[in-house]
Design a protein around this ligand. Structure first.
Ligand code: HEM
Length: 182
């Protein structure tokens, strides 16, 4: 069993689950149709896949030192940002999960602004991690070896992630301000 390949498959599954969760949340917030079961099921599916991916990544990088054997994993700025964004995702995930209650109980206060700021930072960390990592998963799986194609895929993913980041930040924070501030 090649753990790096399983981690790459799992990370791609996490991206798909994240898109489903986020697509549903964006639909719910724009159509003002909210189904708490769908929201929780899609959300916890992402969290479980992400938790497993985080465990395999930590083992792969810090225990097996696998990263050193792969040329694209030189400890450059991209790798540092990939790991910093991963740590931020883990730290901010509890705030993201508890955000509804935190916002509700802090309307008009500094806690409200801090919670929304933490949410936007969480989205930024998620998309930053995906932009820096997505094409690497295809390299790990042996599907992508041409560096020109990898760059094109990186640019495509970056454009999609910037659009999603803006959509999520604007739609969700403005819907919150309508819901909580009347
Ligand atoms: C929705 C959340 C996440 C998504 C979609 C995601 C996606 C990915 C993808 C596609 C890769 C490339 C895999 C490869 O190089 O073969 C990757 C690598 C990595 N991810 Fe994530 N990730 C997420 C969350 C996390 C979290 C929470 C951590 C915390 C530990 C993390 C840590 C890492 C590390 C350390 C690597 C590099 C692994 C290596 O070099 O072998 N990721 N991620």
């Amino acid at each position: 069993m090649n753990m790096k390949k399983w981690n790459a498959r799992l990370s791609l599954l996490t991206v798909v689950l994240l898109l489903i969760h986020e697509g549903y949340q964006l639909y719910a917030y724009t159509a003002m149709y909210y189904n708490p079961v769908l929201s929780k099921v899609t959300g916890y599916a992402v969290a479980v896949a992400m938790g497993l991916h985080a465990i395999l990544s930590i083992i792969s990088v810090f225990v097996l030192h696998d990263a050193k054997r792969i040329t694209y994993k030189k400890l450059n700025l991209k790798t540092v940002l990939q790991r910093v964004s991963a740590v931020l995702i883990v730290l901010l995930l509890p705030i993201h999960i508890l955000s509804f209650g935190l916002l509700k109980s802090s309307v008009g206060g500094v806690g409200y602004i801090l919670t929304e700021t933490a949410q936007i930072l969480f989205y930024a960390a998620l998309f930053c991690h995906i932009v820096l990592s997505f094409s690497n998963a295809f390299v790990t799986l042996g599907i992508l070896s041409d560096m020109r194609k990898k760059r094109i895929l990186d640019i495509f993913v970056a454009v999609v992630c910037v659009i999603l980041f803006i959509a999520v930040s604007v739609i969700i924070t403005s819907a919150h301000s309508m819901m909580f501030k009347g």
